[in-house]
Design a protein around this ligand. Structure first.
Ligand code: 5GP
Ligand code: MG
Length: 179
């Protein structure tokens, strides 16, 4: 893999496509085992999760459903802080076994908002599956139940992840080049 330039920034190969695929194989096997009798509802968080959702679901031989949401955040009053809404969630969540699919969990702020919005709808269970996790950055209490790859605190693109709109289509994972 060669280096790539996206807008003003240079990125170097970090995890190749085959290793990403292997990591998703392992994760998919765990999910299949845990949900074989549950008909889970997977909820992909757009835009970044499209790649992970597709790669994960094609490996699952269990019965399941998939839907996608966008997270819209806006600042409420000072006391309520940032409020998030899940856009596009039309499925009935109550009583379902839900698995949230995220491209990457960094500080975890996004996942906290998603979990709050989902839990209001009273699912039977909610788990989180992430293609990437930055353990050094993640300080929340919510467990990230399934992680394909753990990475250090570096900015990455590819496999669904972008830099200002570009790079989502790159196979494998690229990291910001240290110059
Ligand atoms: P968190 O709320 O966990 O801090 O961040 C989650 C969001 O930040 C991700 O869904 C993603 O959009 C963005 N993000 C965090 N780290 C990275 C990264 O290394 N690369 C890219 N492209 N986006 C990131
Ligand atoms: Mg995202």
């Amino acid at each position: 893999m060669a280096n790539v330039t996206l807008h003003d920034k240079h990125f170097e190969p970090y995890v190749d496509e085959a290793d990403v695929a292997k990591a998703i194989d392992t994760l998919a096997a765990k999910v299949a085992k845990d949900y074989s009798d549950k008909t889970p509802l997977f909820i992909g968080v757009l835009n970044g999760s499209y790649f992970f959702a597709s790669e994960l679901l094609k490996r699952l031989v269990i019965q399941c459903e998939i839907s996608f949401v966008k997270v819209a955040s806006y600042h409420g009053t000072v006391s309520s802080g940032t409020v998030s809404q899940l856009i596009g969630l039309n499925e009935r969540i109550a009583g379902r076994h839900v698995v949230v699919l995220e491209d990457i969990v960094d500080t975890g702020n996004t996942i906290v908002h998603i979990m709050a919005a989902l839990n209001e709808k009273q699912p039977a269970t909610v788990a989180i599956a992430a293609l990437l996790l930055k353990p050094e950055a993640y300080k929340k209490d919510i467990p990230i139940n399934y992680v394909a790859l753990e990475i250090p605190n570096v900015f990455v693109v590819g496999s669904g992840l972008d830099h200002d709109g570009l790079g989502r289509n790159l196979p494998g994972i690229f990291r910001l080049a240290q110059s």
